[in-house]
Ligand binder design. Sequence first.
Ligand code: PHE
Length: 456
Amino acid sequence: MASKNEFGTKIGLIAATVGSAVGLGNVWRFPAETQTNGGAAFLLLYILCVLLLGIPVMLAEFSLGRGGRSDTIGVFKKLSPGSKWWLTGLLAVIASYIIICYYMVVAGWTLEYFIESVSGGLYDSLTDADSAEALHGTFAAKMDEYVSSDMRPLLFTYAMIALNIAVLLGGVRKGIENLSNVLMPLLFVILLVLCFITLSLPGSGEGVKFFLTPDFSRITPATVVNALGQAFFSLSLGMGILITYSSYYPGDTKLVNTSVIVSLLSLLVAVLMGLIIFPAVKSFGLDSEPLKGATLVFVTLPEVFANLPAPQVWSSLFFLLLLVAALTSTISIAEVSVKMMIDRFRLSRKAGVLIVMLPLLALSAVCSLSFGSLSDFRIFGLTVFDLFDHITTNVFLPLVSLGVCIYMGWFAPKHLLSDELSNKGTLRSPLTGSIQFIIKYVAPILIATILISNYL
Ligand code: PHE
Protein backbone atom coordinates (compact mmCIF):
# COMPACT_ATOMS: atom_id res chain seq x y z
CA MET A 1 0.00 0.00 0.00
CA ALA A 2 1.56 3.27 -1.10
CA SER A 3 1.58 6.16 1.35
CA LYS A 4 -0.97 8.94 1.09
CA ASN A 5 1.82 11.13 -0.20
CA GLU A 6 2.09 9.08 -3.34
CA PHE A 7 -0.24 8.82 -6.29
CA GLY A 8 -2.28 5.65 -5.87
CA THR A 9 -2.46 4.36 -9.43
CA LYS A 10 -0.49 4.68 -12.66
CA ILE A 11 -3.51 6.07 -14.47
CA GLY A 12 -4.04 8.60 -11.68
CA LEU A 13 -0.44 9.75 -11.79
CA ILE A 14 -0.57 10.20 -15.55
CA ALA A 15 -3.96 11.95 -15.38
CA ALA A 16 -2.62 14.40 -12.79
CA THR A 17 0.56 15.13 -14.73
CA VAL A 18 -1.30 15.50 -18.02
CA GLY A 19 -3.78 17.69 -16.15
CA SER A 20 -0.95 19.99 -15.25
CA ALA A 21 0.63 20.00 -18.69
CA VAL A 22 -2.64 20.52 -20.52
CA GLY A 23 -3.61 24.02 -19.59
CA LEU A 24 -4.33 27.39 -21.06
CA GLY A 25 -0.91 27.08 -22.68
CA ASN A 26 -2.24 24.38 -25.01
CA VAL A 27 -5.77 25.56 -25.53
CA TRP A 28 -5.29 29.29 -25.55
CA ARG A 29 -1.65 30.26 -26.07
CA PHE A 30 -0.81 27.61 -28.67
CA PRO A 31 -3.40 28.57 -31.32
CA ALA A 32 -2.55 32.25 -30.90
CA GLU A 33 1.19 31.57 -31.26
CA THR A 34 0.58 29.34 -34.27
CA GLN A 35 -1.48 32.06 -35.89
CA THR A 36 1.13 34.78 -35.41
CA ASN A 37 4.08 32.56 -36.29
CA GLY A 38 2.82 31.36 -39.66
CA GLY A 39 0.79 28.21 -39.06
CA ALA A 40 2.01 24.73 -39.91
CA ALA A 41 5.74 25.54 -39.92
CA PHE A 42 5.37 26.66 -36.30
CA LEU A 43 3.48 23.48 -35.46
CA LEU A 44 6.31 21.41 -36.87
CA LEU A 45 8.95 23.29 -34.89
CA TYR A 46 6.85 23.00 -31.76
CA ILE A 47 6.57 19.22 -32.22
CA LEU A 48 10.33 18.94 -32.72
CA CYS A 49 10.99 21.03 -29.60
CA VAL A 50 8.66 18.87 -27.51
CA LEU A 51 10.18 15.62 -28.69
CA LEU A 52 13.86 16.50 -28.82
CA LEU A 53 14.17 18.87 -25.92
CA GLY A 54 10.95 18.89 -23.91
CA ILE A 55 10.98 15.18 -23.07
CA PRO A 56 14.62 15.11 -21.86
CA VAL A 57 14.17 18.25 -19.75
CA MET A 58 10.97 16.78 -18.31
CA LEU A 59 12.97 13.69 -17.39
CA ALA A 60 15.59 15.82 -15.67
CA GLU A 61 12.79 17.25 -13.49
CA PHE A 62 11.21 13.83 -12.88
CA SER A 63 14.54 12.31 -11.84
CA LEU A 64 15.27 15.22 -9.55
CA GLY A 65 11.83 15.07 -7.93
CA ARG A 66 11.64 11.34 -7.43
CA GLY A 67 15.33 11.02 -6.57
CA GLY A 68 15.11 13.77 -3.93
CA ARG A 69 11.55 13.10 -2.73
CA SER A 70 10.98 16.51 -1.26
CA ASP A 71 9.68 19.91 -2.28
CA THR A 72 11.33 21.92 -5.07
CA ILE A 73 13.85 23.52 -2.70
CA GLY A 74 14.24 20.43 -0.52
CA VAL A 75 15.34 18.13 -3.35
CA PHE A 76 18.48 20.20 -3.88
CA LYS A 77 19.18 20.46 -0.14
CA LYS A 78 18.78 16.73 0.27
CA LEU A 79 20.80 15.66 -2.75
CA SER A 80 23.58 18.26 -2.50
CA PRO A 81 23.70 19.44 1.12
CA GLY A 82 25.77 22.54 1.73
CA SER A 83 25.63 23.68 -1.91
CA LYS A 84 23.77 26.69 -3.24
CA TRP A 85 21.77 24.74 -5.82
CA TRP A 86 18.64 25.08 -3.70
CA LEU A 87 18.47 28.65 -5.05
CA THR A 88 17.37 27.15 -8.38
CA GLY A 89 14.49 25.56 -6.48
CA LEU A 90 13.70 28.85 -4.79
CA LEU A 91 13.58 30.57 -8.16
CA ALA A 92 11.16 27.91 -9.39
CA VAL A 93 8.90 28.46 -6.39
CA ILE A 94 8.95 32.23 -6.90
CA ALA A 95 8.25 31.85 -10.62
CA SER A 96 5.39 29.45 -10.00
CA TYR A 97 3.86 31.77 -7.44
CA ILE A 98 4.03 34.77 -9.76
CA ILE A 99 2.43 32.67 -12.48
CA ILE A 100 -0.52 31.64 -10.29
CA CYS A 101 -1.30 35.31 -9.58
CA TYR A 102 -2.18 36.06 -13.21
CA TYR A 103 -3.13 32.58 -14.40
CA MET A 104 -5.85 32.47 -11.74
CA VAL A 105 -7.39 35.57 -13.34
CA VAL A 106 -7.60 33.94 -16.78
CA ALA A 107 -8.89 30.79 -15.08
CA GLY A 108 -11.60 33.03 -13.56
CA TRP A 109 -12.56 34.26 -17.05
CA THR A 110 -13.01 30.66 -18.21
CA LEU A 111 -15.40 30.05 -15.32
CA GLU A 112 -17.24 33.29 -16.10
CA TYR A 113 -17.59 32.40 -19.79
CA PHE A 114 -18.71 28.90 -18.93
CA ILE A 115 -21.43 30.16 -16.61
CA GLU A 116 -22.50 32.83 -19.08
CA SER A 117 -22.67 30.20 -21.83
CA VAL A 118 -24.78 27.81 -19.78
CA SER A 119 -27.12 30.55 -18.58
CA GLY A 120 -27.35 32.05 -22.07
CA GLY A 121 -26.13 35.49 -20.99
CA LEU A 122 -23.34 35.48 -23.56
CA TYR A 123 -25.82 35.12 -26.42
CA ASP A 124 -28.86 36.94 -25.09
CA SER A 125 -28.61 40.18 -27.06
CA LEU A 126 -28.19 38.61 -30.50
CA THR A 127 -30.74 38.87 -33.27
CA ASP A 128 -30.93 36.98 -36.57
CA ALA A 129 -30.36 40.20 -38.43
CA ASP A 130 -26.96 40.89 -36.87
CA SER A 131 -24.26 41.49 -39.47
CA ALA A 132 -20.79 39.98 -39.03
CA GLU A 133 -19.53 43.34 -37.75
CA ALA A 134 -22.39 43.66 -35.32
CA LEU A 135 -21.62 40.20 -33.96
CA HIS A 136 -17.99 41.03 -33.54
CA GLY A 137 -18.91 44.28 -31.80
CA THR A 138 -21.25 42.46 -29.42
CA PHE A 139 -18.66 39.93 -28.32
CA ALA A 140 -15.88 42.48 -28.08
CA ALA A 141 -18.17 44.54 -25.81
CA LYS A 142 -19.04 41.44 -23.76
CA MET A 143 -15.39 40.66 -23.29
CA ASP A 144 -14.84 44.20 -22.15
CA GLU A 145 -17.63 43.86 -19.66
CA TYR A 146 -16.55 40.41 -18.42
CA VAL A 147 -12.84 41.14 -18.22
CA SER A 148 -12.34 44.85 -17.76
CA SER A 149 -14.86 45.75 -15.12
CA ASP A 150 -13.45 45.84 -11.62
CA MET A 151 -15.71 43.61 -9.57
CA ARG A 152 -17.11 40.99 -11.94
CA PRO A 153 -13.97 39.16 -13.02
CA LEU A 154 -12.63 39.39 -9.49
CA LEU A 155 -15.54 37.38 -8.13
CA PHE A 156 -14.84 34.59 -10.60
CA THR A 157 -11.13 34.67 -9.80
CA TYR A 158 -12.05 34.25 -6.14
CA ALA A 159 -14.35 31.37 -7.03
CA MET A 160 -11.41 29.67 -8.75
CA ILE A 161 -9.22 30.27 -5.70
CA ALA A 162 -11.91 28.66 -3.53
CA LEU A 163 -12.13 25.63 -5.86
CA ASN A 164 -8.35 25.27 -5.72
CA ILE A 165 -8.39 25.41 -1.92
CA ALA A 166 -11.05 22.71 -1.77
CA VAL A 167 -9.08 20.34 -3.99
CA LEU A 168 -5.70 21.06 -2.42
CA LEU A 169 -7.05 20.43 1.08
CA GLY A 170 -7.99 16.95 -0.12
CA GLY A 171 -4.30 16.17 -0.61
CA VAL A 172 -2.46 14.23 -3.29
CA ARG A 173 -4.78 11.25 -3.69
CA LYS A 174 -8.20 12.34 -2.56
CA GLY A 175 -7.87 15.82 -4.01
CA ILE A 176 -5.52 16.03 -6.97
CA GLU A 177 -5.62 12.45 -8.24
CA ASN A 178 -9.36 11.87 -7.91
CA LEU A 179 -10.20 15.15 -9.59
CA SER A 180 -7.82 14.49 -12.49
CA ASN A 181 -9.21 11.00 -13.01
CA VAL A 182 -12.63 12.48 -13.66
CA LEU A 183 -11.74 15.67 -15.49
CA MET A 184 -9.08 14.46 -17.92
CA PRO A 185 -11.26 11.90 -19.74
CA LEU A 186 -13.98 14.58 -19.85
CA LEU A 187 -11.53 17.00 -21.46
CA PHE A 188 -10.63 14.54 -24.21
CA VAL A 189 -14.26 13.71 -24.94
CA ILE A 190 -15.16 17.40 -25.29
CA LEU A 191 -12.15 18.00 -27.53
CA LEU A 192 -13.14 15.18 -29.87
CA VAL A 193 -16.77 16.30 -30.05
CA LEU A 194 -15.81 19.89 -30.86
CA CYS A 195 -13.24 18.74 -33.39
CA PHE A 196 -15.84 16.63 -35.15
CA ILE A 197 -18.22 19.60 -35.31
CA THR A 198 -15.74 22.12 -36.68
CA LEU A 199 -14.23 19.73 -39.20
CA SER A 200 -17.66 19.11 -40.65
CA LEU A 201 -18.30 22.82 -41.28
CA PRO A 202 -18.36 23.87 -44.94
CA GLY A 203 -15.04 25.44 -45.95
CA SER A 204 -13.15 24.03 -42.99
CA GLY A 205 -10.52 22.52 -45.32
CA GLU A 206 -8.88 25.93 -45.71
CA GLY A 207 -8.22 26.09 -41.97
CA VAL A 208 -6.84 22.56 -41.91
CA LYS A 209 -4.53 23.53 -44.77
CA PHE A 210 -3.27 26.59 -42.94
CA PHE A 211 -2.61 24.53 -39.84
CA LEU A 212 -1.10 21.44 -41.45
CA THR A 213 0.69 22.49 -44.66
CA PRO A 214 3.96 24.12 -43.67
CA ASP A 215 5.38 27.13 -45.48
CA PHE A 216 9.04 26.92 -44.54
CA SER A 217 9.83 30.36 -45.85
CA ARG A 218 8.06 31.69 -42.78
CA ILE A 219 10.54 30.21 -40.34
CA THR A 220 12.78 32.84 -38.76
CA PRO A 221 15.02 32.69 -35.69
CA ALA A 222 12.18 34.31 -33.75
CA THR A 223 9.83 31.49 -34.78
CA VAL A 224 12.25 28.93 -33.40
CA VAL A 225 12.59 30.81 -30.11
CA ASN A 226 8.82 31.10 -29.80
CA ALA A 227 8.31 27.42 -30.57
CA LEU A 228 10.75 26.39 -27.89
CA GLY A 229 9.21 28.80 -25.38
CA GLN A 230 5.76 27.41 -26.20
CA ALA A 231 6.98 23.81 -25.85
CA PHE A 232 8.48 24.49 -22.42
CA PHE A 233 5.45 26.40 -21.17
CA SER A 234 2.99 23.81 -22.38
CA LEU A 235 4.92 20.95 -20.77
CA SER A 236 4.96 22.85 -17.44
CA LEU A 237 8.76 22.94 -17.41
CA GLY A 238 10.80 25.25 -15.20
CA MET A 239 7.98 25.87 -12.74
CA GLY A 240 8.82 23.24 -10.13
CA ILE A 241 5.54 21.47 -10.93
CA LEU A 242 7.07 18.33 -12.35
CA ILE A 243 9.65 18.14 -9.57
CA THR A 244 6.80 18.34 -7.05
CA TYR A 245 4.49 15.87 -8.77
CA SER A 246 7.26 13.33 -9.45
CA SER A 247 8.16 13.38 -5.75
CA TYR A 248 4.76 11.68 -5.37
CA TYR A 249 5.56 9.01 -7.99
CA PRO A 250 6.05 5.49 -6.60
CA GLY A 251 9.52 3.98 -7.02
CA ASP A 252 8.44 1.62 -9.78
CA THR A 253 6.99 4.32 -12.06
CA LYS A 254 8.69 4.17 -15.43
CA LEU A 255 9.81 7.75 -15.87
CA VAL A 256 10.74 7.57 -19.56
CA ASN A 257 7.39 6.04 -20.52
CA THR A 258 5.53 8.53 -18.35
CA SER A 259 7.26 11.53 -19.89
CA VAL A 260 6.59 10.26 -23.42
CA ILE A 261 2.90 9.66 -22.67
CA VAL A 262 2.45 13.04 -20.96
CA SER A 263 4.22 14.94 -23.73
CA LEU A 264 2.36 13.18 -26.52
CA LEU A 265 -1.01 13.77 -24.86
CA SER A 266 -0.15 17.42 -24.33
CA LEU A 267 0.85 17.66 -28.00
CA LEU A 268 -2.34 15.90 -29.04
CA VAL A 269 -4.45 18.43 -27.17
CA ALA A 270 -2.63 21.31 -28.85
CA VAL A 271 -3.10 19.74 -32.28
CA LEU A 272 -6.80 18.99 -31.68
CA MET A 273 -7.23 22.55 -30.48
CA GLY A 274 -5.71 23.80 -33.73
CA LEU A 275 -8.09 21.52 -35.63
CA ILE A 276 -10.98 23.10 -33.76
CA ILE A 277 -9.99 26.72 -34.04
CA PHE A 278 -8.52 27.19 -37.51
CA PRO A 279 -11.22 25.37 -39.51
CA ALA A 280 -13.94 27.16 -37.54
CA VAL A 281 -12.38 30.55 -37.96
CA LYS A 282 -11.68 30.06 -41.69
CA SER A 283 -15.10 28.59 -42.32
CA PHE A 284 -16.75 31.83 -41.19
CA GLY A 285 -14.09 34.06 -42.72
CA LEU A 286 -13.10 35.45 -39.33
CA ASP A 287 -9.37 35.23 -39.84
CA SER A 288 -8.99 38.71 -41.23
CA GLU A 289 -9.13 40.11 -37.70
CA PRO A 290 -5.87 40.00 -35.81
CA LEU A 291 -6.38 36.83 -33.79
CA LYS A 292 -4.30 37.65 -30.81
CA GLY A 293 -4.19 36.06 -27.41
CA ALA A 294 -7.31 36.51 -25.41
CA THR A 295 -9.49 37.75 -28.29
CA LEU A 296 -9.09 34.48 -30.17
CA VAL A 297 -10.97 32.38 -27.64
CA PHE A 298 -13.03 35.03 -25.88
CA VAL A 299 -14.28 36.99 -28.91
CA THR A 300 -13.67 35.11 -32.15
CA LEU A 301 -14.89 31.72 -30.97
CA PRO A 302 -18.16 33.04 -29.51
CA GLU A 303 -18.65 34.61 -32.97
CA VAL A 304 -18.14 31.19 -34.51
CA PHE A 305 -20.60 29.58 -32.10
CA ALA A 306 -23.18 32.30 -32.79
CA ASN A 307 -23.10 31.18 -36.43
CA LEU A 308 -23.91 27.57 -35.54
CA PRO A 309 -27.24 26.09 -34.57
CA ALA A 310 -27.50 25.86 -30.74
CA PRO A 311 -24.61 28.23 -29.95
CA GLN A 312 -25.12 27.81 -26.22
CA VAL A 313 -24.40 24.09 -26.35
CA TRP A 314 -21.08 24.43 -28.19
CA SER A 315 -20.07 27.44 -26.21
CA SER A 316 -20.78 25.69 -22.89
CA LEU A 317 -18.78 22.66 -23.97
CA PHE A 318 -15.88 24.77 -25.17
CA PHE A 319 -15.61 26.88 -22.04
CA LEU A 320 -16.00 23.80 -19.87
CA LEU A 321 -12.98 22.44 -21.73
CA LEU A 322 -11.03 25.60 -20.98
CA LEU A 323 -12.17 25.57 -17.38
CA VAL A 324 -11.05 21.97 -16.85
CA ALA A 325 -7.69 22.68 -18.47
CA ALA A 326 -7.20 25.76 -16.30
CA LEU A 327 -8.33 24.15 -13.03
CA THR A 328 -6.06 21.11 -13.18
CA SER A 329 -3.14 23.39 -14.06
CA THR A 330 -3.74 25.93 -11.29
CA ILE A 331 -3.87 23.09 -8.80
CA SER A 332 -0.54 21.70 -9.93
CA ILE A 333 1.18 25.04 -9.79
CA ALA A 334 -0.24 25.91 -6.38
CA GLU A 335 0.90 22.54 -5.06
CA VAL A 336 4.52 23.62 -5.65
CA SER A 337 4.22 26.26 -2.94
CA VAL A 338 1.95 24.16 -0.73
CA LYS A 339 4.45 21.30 -0.63
CA MET A 340 7.25 23.78 -0.03
CA MET A 341 5.36 25.12 3.01
CA ILE A 342 4.64 21.61 4.33
CA ASP A 343 8.19 20.29 3.88
CA ARG A 344 10.23 23.40 4.70
CA PHE A 345 8.22 24.77 7.58
CA ARG A 346 6.69 21.51 8.84
CA LEU A 347 3.18 22.86 8.52
CA SER A 348 0.02 20.82 8.25
CA ARG A 349 -1.48 20.65 4.75
CA LYS A 350 -4.34 22.83 5.90
CA ALA A 351 -2.07 25.61 7.15
CA GLY A 352 0.13 25.29 4.05
CA VAL A 353 -2.80 25.59 1.68
CA LEU A 354 -4.22 28.64 3.46
CA ILE A 355 -0.88 30.45 3.72
CA VAL A 356 -0.27 29.92 0.01
CA MET A 357 -3.75 30.68 -1.26
CA LEU A 358 -5.00 33.56 0.89
CA PRO A 359 -2.48 36.18 -0.31
CA LEU A 360 -3.73 35.44 -3.82
CA LEU A 361 -6.95 37.23 -2.92
CA ALA A 362 -4.96 40.46 -3.04
CA LEU A 363 -2.28 39.54 -5.59
CA SER A 364 -4.56 38.21 -8.28
CA ALA A 365 -6.86 41.16 -7.67
CA VAL A 366 -4.03 43.44 -8.77
CA CYS A 367 -3.61 41.34 -11.93
CA SER A 368 -7.33 41.37 -12.60
CA LEU A 369 -7.53 45.13 -12.14
CA SER A 370 -4.76 45.47 -14.76
CA PHE A 371 -7.64 45.26 -17.23
CA GLY A 372 -9.76 47.75 -15.30
CA SER A 373 -8.91 50.57 -12.88
CA LEU A 374 -5.19 49.77 -12.87
CA SER A 375 -4.74 49.61 -16.64
CA ASP A 376 -2.73 52.83 -16.58
CA PHE A 377 -0.45 51.67 -13.80
CA ARG A 378 2.67 50.55 -15.67
CA ILE A 379 6.06 49.18 -14.73
CA PHE A 380 8.58 49.20 -17.61
CA GLY A 381 5.61 50.13 -19.78
CA LEU A 382 3.73 46.94 -18.86
CA THR A 383 0.64 46.38 -16.74
CA VAL A 384 1.18 44.18 -13.67
CA PHE A 385 -0.49 41.29 -15.48
CA ASP A 386 1.78 41.57 -18.52
CA LEU A 387 4.86 42.14 -16.39
CA PHE A 388 4.22 38.96 -14.40
CA ASP A 389 3.66 37.01 -17.61
CA HIS A 390 6.71 38.48 -19.30
CA ILE A 391 9.29 38.00 -16.56
CA THR A 392 8.23 34.47 -15.81
CA THR A 393 7.99 33.18 -19.39
CA ASN A 394 11.03 34.95 -20.75
CA VAL A 395 13.37 34.99 -17.78
CA PHE A 396 12.49 32.80 -14.81
CA LEU A 397 11.30 29.64 -16.57
CA PRO A 398 14.31 29.33 -18.93
CA LEU A 399 16.65 30.12 -16.00
CA VAL A 400 15.16 27.37 -13.86
CA SER A 401 15.28 24.83 -16.71
CA LEU A 402 18.87 25.81 -17.39
CA GLY A 403 19.73 25.36 -13.71
CA VAL A 404 17.98 21.97 -13.51
CA CYS A 405 19.74 20.63 -16.64
CA ILE A 406 23.18 21.83 -15.55
CA TYR A 407 22.62 20.41 -12.08
CA MET A 408 21.34 17.04 -13.28
CA GLY A 409 23.94 16.81 -16.04
CA TRP A 410 27.00 17.86 -14.08
CA PHE A 411 26.57 18.36 -10.33
CA ALA A 412 23.95 15.93 -9.00
CA PRO A 413 25.11 12.75 -7.20
CA LYS A 414 26.86 10.58 -9.75
CA HIS A 415 24.35 7.92 -10.70
CA LEU A 416 21.17 9.79 -9.81
CA LEU A 417 20.02 10.45 -13.36
CA SER A 418 20.81 7.00 -14.75
CA ASP A 419 19.40 5.29 -11.65
CA GLU A 420 16.15 7.19 -11.90
CA LEU A 421 15.79 6.71 -15.65
CA SER A 422 16.39 2.97 -15.31
CA ASN A 423 14.70 2.42 -11.90
CA LYS A 424 18.06 1.49 -10.39
CA GLY A 425 19.18 -0.58 -13.35
CA THR A 426 16.07 -2.73 -13.59
CA LEU A 427 14.84 -1.18 -16.85
CA ARG A 428 16.67 -0.92 -20.12
CA SER A 429 15.74 1.75 -22.57
CA PRO A 430 17.58 2.46 -25.82
CA LEU A 431 16.83 6.14 -25.22
CA THR A 432 18.69 6.58 -21.91
CA GLY A 433 22.05 7.48 -23.46
CA SER A 434 20.65 10.15 -25.76
CA ILE A 435 18.49 11.59 -23.01
CA GLN A 436 21.51 12.03 -20.77
CA PHE A 437 23.49 13.61 -23.61
CA ILE A 438 20.72 16.11 -24.31
CA ILE A 439 20.37 17.03 -20.62
CA LYS A 440 24.10 17.51 -20.26
CA TYR A 441 25.03 19.35 -23.45
CA VAL A 442 22.25 20.16 -25.91
CA ALA A 443 19.57 21.54 -23.60
CA PRO A 444 21.82 23.93 -21.63
CA ILE A 445 23.30 25.39 -24.83
CA LEU A 446 19.92 25.85 -26.49
CA ILE A 447 18.21 27.27 -23.42
CA ALA A 448 21.09 29.69 -22.82
CA THR A 449 20.89 30.79 -26.47
CA ILE A 450 17.22 31.51 -26.07
CA LEU A 451 17.68 33.40 -22.85
CA ILE A 452 20.32 35.59 -24.46
CA SER A 453 18.39 36.03 -27.69
CA ASN A 454 15.52 37.52 -25.71
CA TYR A 455 17.76 40.47 -24.95
CA LEU A 456 19.19 41.02 -28.44
N1 PHE B 1 1.37 23.51 -19.16
C1 PHE B 1 0.61 24.46 -18.45
C2 PHE B 1 -0.28 25.18 -19.42
O1 PHE B 1 -0.19 24.89 -20.57
C3 PHE B 1 1.55 25.35 -17.77
C4 PHE B 1 1.00 25.88 -16.54
C5 PHE B 1 0.65 25.05 -15.54
C6 PHE B 1 0.83 27.20 -16.37
C7 PHE B 1 0.13 25.57 -14.39
C8 PHE B 1 0.32 27.71 -15.25
C9 PHE B 1 -0.09 26.88 -14.28
O2 PHE B 1 -1.06 26.01 -19.08
